[in-house]
Design a protein around this ligand. Structure first.
Ligand code: UTP
Length: 474
């Protein structure tokens, strides 16, 4: 079956719950998943109830489709073409900026961060947004984002609702973090948490994996779950009632995301785009990043592994890479577009990832496997691109706007994020007055300036507080 054709399956959380044991047994037998109740008789009453309710929330056709998909062979290599990209310096920037500023002033824009990921590569047990990245203050990613939203709301005298997608696993911790920090000067009512859906994992025989006698292994349904999540939690209706037309979408781990950038909003609106994307040029052909491109004539993200060697190294006549448009996962999404897209049970295609998934052995003991033993499923937001009538792809400066925190060490790690932030703020200082402090930690609060231009404009005559840990400009 083609992944992209699976469009009529309801999400697990949309299923009506039936928790009577005989009915659940029938359901499992239909699915050929009877093993799930193997330890049922040994469970406590509460565990029995939880397991039955978990099973009842699982959609049979969804599981069958996932199994088919997970077991399917790869599709043939698609035809790939690069997209049109609006360059960093484009003559329409001013026009776009004015358009975007008007949308902000008129209260037409909401922000939406996806923060439900598991941070496996970073190896961090708390929600990634709580990770401290400020080179001097050690302020968290969430605080950075909150301050950017506060600054832009103040600048355009507007109210910007901020939606935060969390998972079942990190929902409480994320809410508690915001409570503890008093929502970082934002109105609590403007910060809205939405919990994303989950998908079950299967083994290579197509069986649901149990990670305890009472629990089926499930994981968050990927950042693509965000669209469904907006709908199911009533956020789309609220946005429409508030007259909000556009959503600025970003990932929690990008320390430099320029939230609600008016130029981006403006291009998106000028071009009547339904879904727009910011891209950064790939550093070298083998950089492991997905690129925007046409896949069999439909816009999408071509994963690093989907480009063959020849395509990866292909160049334009001027020597630049043909497939250069590295995905930043920063999007503008039109509210009406999302609404239409996910009506009638539509969901984005599922992607299978082969992983090491803890399971229980014959004796009901949990095993952490050394080898890959199963398949997890996710949906990706960029798969929505192919459904957009119009799309803007806009290039931005990586050093100024894209700094993701992904890994414990090496690239995109706490160390490189800190280093690159210091380098950036130093370059702002240099642009302002020609003085540079080298490796000495410098940090600029988003409440002070959103970018170099604003920094240079505002630095004259402002208070600079030098702390022993470094220079913090707020
Ligand atoms: P990544 O794919 O980088 O995943 O997510 P991650 O969870 O941060 O890290 P790993 O892969 O486990 O190491 C990109 C963005 O999408 C969000 C993440 O929180 C991050 O902002 N995301 C991912 C979700 O909100 N939900 C998901 O199910 C997956």
């Amino acid at each position: 079956m083609k992944i992209t054709e699976m469009e009529s399956i309801l999400c697990p959380c949309q299923q009506a719950a039936t928790t009577s044991l005989p009915m659940i047994k029938d359901k499992l037998s239909l699915m050929k998943q009877e093993h799930v109740l193997k330890y049922y008789d040994k469970l406590s009453l509460q565990q029995m109830e939880d397991l039955l309710s978990q099973i009842s929330s699982i959609n049979i056709s969804l599981v069958n489709e996932l199994i088919d998909m997970g077991m399917a062979n790869r599709e043939p290599h698609p035809r790939l073409e690069p997209p049109h990209v609006i360059p960093i310096k484009d003559e329409r920037h001013q026009e776009a900026k004015e358009k975007g500023e008007k949308a902000l002033r008129d209260g037409k824009v909401a922000c939406f961060v996806v923060a439900g990921g598991q941070s496996t590569r970073l190896g961090y047990n708390l929600p990634k947004g709580t990770f401290g990245v400020g080179p001097v203050t050690n302020k968290s990613l969430f605080q950075y984002h909150a301050e950017k939203i506060a600054a832009i709301s103040r600048k355009y005298n507007t109210q910007i609702p901020w939606y935060i997608m969390v998972s079942r696993e990190n929902n409480k911790q994320t809410r508690d973090f915001f409570q503890e920090h008093r929502f970082f000067q934002l109105q609590a009512s403007d910060v809205i948490f939405l919990e994303q859906g989950m998908l079950p994992a299967i083994d290579f025989n197509g069986k649901l994996i149990m990670n305890s006698p009472a629990n089926i292994a499930m994981s968050p349904n990927g950042h693509g779950g965000s669209l469904l999540c907006l709908k199911e939690n009533g956020a789309l209706d609220t946005l429409k009632k508030q007259g909000i037309e556009e959503i600025f979408y970003f990932q929690v781990d990008n320390a430099l995301v320029r939230i609600a950038d008016p130029i981006f909003i403006g291009y998106h609106q000028l071009e009547r785009s339904q879904m727009s994307t910011k891209v950064v040029p790939k550093i070298h052909p083998d950089e492991r990043v997905g690129v925007l491109g046409y896949i069999n004539d439909k816009l999408g993200v071509i994963e690093y592994t989907e480009l063959n060697d020849e395509e990866r190294h292909a160049v334009n006549p001027d020597g630049s890479l043909k497939f250069m448009a590295g995905n930043t996962a920063i999007h503008m999404l039109n509210v009406e577009f999302i609404n239409q897209l996910i009506s009638n049970g539509f969901h984005l295609p599922y992607h299978a990832a082969r992983k090491k998934i803890p399971y229980i052995d014959e004796n009901g003991k949990m095993v952490k496997p050394q080898e890959i033993n199963g398949i997890k499923f996710e949906t990706f937001i960029f798969d929505a691109l192919k459904y957009a009538g119009h799309s803007v792809v806009m290039e931005v400066d990586r050093q100024e706007e894209f700094l993701p925190l992904k890994n414990m060490s090496g690239q995109n790690s706490p160390e490189t994020v800190r280093h690159d932030l210091i380098r950036l703020y130093n370059s702002w200082l240099k642009a302002a007055g020609g003085f540079e402090i080298g490796d000495y930690p410098v940090e600029v609060s988003p409440l002070f300036a959103a970018d170099k231009e604003e920094f240079v404009e505002r630095i004259a005559g402002r208070k600079i507080r030098i702390q022993h840990e470094g220079l913090y400009i707020e």
